[in-house]
Design a protein around this ligand. Structure first.
Ligand code: FES
Length: 146
């Protein structure tokens, strides 16, 4: 399996690892198939993501995609943060091997879950944001065998 230099770099030196005390939005998503779990913390001020951190108990691709996803949402409005899809994260990382695409879905969902938490706490609305699932397996068919 070939990883891009950017994936390797973000895996070896992940950005934004940790947690934000009293975060405005926190989201946790797992994938029952591989057992990986990702937690994202967002600090949001005046509708702008001021800071993002994550803790990932998962594979290297999950670490690299959470690193890149948290980098990409920083400085964006909560609405613009919706554009940080798994596809956008993969493009920023110069791609992922096909069997690792689901790992980037975990990053997208964890950010959505954190945005959802923020909306619940503040009453804000974000277009296109859906109630998060606890396990991305409910959303994406991550089983490559069938
Ligand atoms: Fe589970 Fe990558 S193998 S997130």
């Amino acid at each position: 399996m070939e990883y891009s230099a950017k994936v390797m770099e973000h895996f070896m030196n992940p950005r934004n690892v940790g947690e934000i005390p009293k975060a405005d939005g926190v989201g946790t998503v797992g994938n029952a198939k591989c057992g990986d779990i990702m937690k994202v913390y967002l600090k949001i001020e005046n509708g702008v993501v001021e800071d993002a951190k994550f803790k990932t108990f998962g594979c290297g691709a999950a670490v690299a995609t959470s690193s890149m996803a948290t980098e990409l949402v920083k400085g964006k409005t909560v609405q613009e943060a919706m554009d940080v899809t798994n596809k956008a994260v993969m493009e920023a990382l110069d791609g992922l091997p096909p069997v690792k695409v689901h790992c980037s879905c975990l990053a997208e969902e964890a950010i959505h879950a954190a945005l959802w938490d923020y909306c619940e706490k503040t009453g804000e609305k974000i277009d296109g944001l859906k109630k998060p699932v606890d396990d991305i397996d409910e959303l994406h068919n991550t089983d490559s065998e069938d």
